[in-house]
Design a protein around this ligand. Structure first.
Ligand SMILES: NC(=O)CCC(=O)C(=O)O
Length: 264
C-alpha cells in the first residue's frame, strides 16, 4: 500500500485557498499512491473565533470535495479533519473516503485540547473509529488523542493494523510528537501514519515532521518543518509478523488489570 501525507501549510480561515493547495498536490502525486492523508482542521486552521461563519455545515462541502477528488484520482483519502457545524454543535471531524468516492467513516475528536481553546468552541466526540480501507482494518484519531494510550489500545484491540493520526501539533512539543507516535506504533505493533501541518498561525508555529512508522518502530518516512509530501510503501503482513515475534496481545492480563482499575 503506497501512502502519502500532505504536510501542507494551512491558510488561516480560508477553506477555498486550502482546497486549491490540496488539488495542486493531488495533481502532482495522487496517481502514484493508494492512500492520501491530510492534516487536522485543514479547511480553517485554528480560526476558532470565526467558526460559526466558516465551519462546514454538516460536513457536506467537505464530503463532496473529498469524494470527487477520490474518484478523479482513484485514491483513498483519510481526510484530515474539518470544523463541522450542525444546528446543535460544532465538532473537529475526520472523514474517510474510499477510491469510489464513498464516505466510509466519520469520527469527531474525543479529547479536546484546552491549551488551544478547543473546549471553548467545540464539542467532543463519543465514538470509536475503526474502519476498513484497502482490505485493511484501520483506525483514525486526531492530534491530542495520541496522548491517551488507552484510547489507541482500544482501537488496536478492535483489530486496527494501521493507525492514522491527523494533527496541528506545535513545534514547541516536537519531541513529544515523535516519541508518542513511536511509542503508539511499538506498543500496539501497528503502522502509524501521522500527518501534521507545517507553517504558522497567529498563535503557533507548527512542527511538520509527519511520520510513517512500521510496527517495529522503524521510521519509514519523515518530513522536516517545511511544507512537503512524505510517502512510504507499507506491507500489511509485517503487522502479523511483529505480533507473532513478541505476542503482546496474547500476553496481556486484562483479568488482573480489571481488579486494580482505579475508579474516579
Ligand atoms: N491540535 C492538538 O490537539 C494539539 C495537541 C498538542 O499540541 C499536544 O501537545 O498534545
Amino acid at each position: 500500500m503506497n501512502i502519502a501525507c500532505i504536510q501542507m501549510d494551512i491558510a488561516f480561515g480560508a477553506p477555498e485557498k486550502n482546497k486549491q493547495t490540496i488539488v495542486r498536490y493531488m495533481e502532482q502525486m495522487a496517481r502514484d499512491v493508494d492512500v492520501v492523508v491530510l492534516p487536522e482542521l485543514w479547511t480553517t486552521g485554528y480560526d476558532l473565533t470565526r467558526l460559526t461563519d466558516i465551519a462546514d455545515e454538516n460536513g457536506e462541502d467537505t464530503k463532496t470535495f473529498l469524494s470527487s477528488l477520490a474518484r478523479t484520482y482513484d485514491v483513498h483519502i483519510v481526510g484530515g479533519s474539518v470544523a463541522k457545524k450542525t444546528d446543535k454543535q460544532m465538532t473537529n471531524t475526520m472523514y474517510v473516503v474510499d477510491r469510489n468516492g464513498h464516505v466510509v467513516s466519520e469520527y469527531s475528536k474525543l479529547h479536546l485540547f484546552k491549551l488551544m481553546d478547543e473546549h471553548m468552541y467545540l464539542q467532543a466526540g463519543e465514538t470509536l473509529h475503526v474502519f476498513q480501507l484497502a482490505h485493511t482494518t484501520c483506525a483514525g484519531v486526531i492530534c491530542y488523542d495520541i496522548r491517551f494510550p488507552e484510547w489507541i489500545r482500544t482501537h488496536a484491540l478492535h483489530g486496527a493494523e494501521v493507525l492514522f493520526v491527523v494533527a496541528e501539533w506545535p513545534l514547541a512539543r516536537l519531541h513529544h510528537w515523535r516519541t508518542l507516535l513511536m511509542a503508539r506504533a511499538i506498543e500496539n505493533q501497528c503502522y502509524v501514519v501521522a500527518c501534521n501541518r507545517a507553517g504558522k498561525d497567529p498563535n503557533n508555529t507548527f512542527a511538520g515532521h509527519s511520520m510513517i512508522i512500521d510496527p517495529w518502530g522503524n521510521v519509514l518516512a519523515e518530513g522536516d518543518e517545511q511544507e512537503t509530501v512524505i510517502m512510504a510503501n507499507i506491507d500489511i503482513n509485517e503487522v502479523q509478523h511483529v505480533r507473532g515475534r513478541i505476542p503482546i496481545f496474547a500476553d496481556r492480563r486484562p483479568d488482573v488489570y480489571k481488579i486494580f482499575e482505579k475508579k474516579d
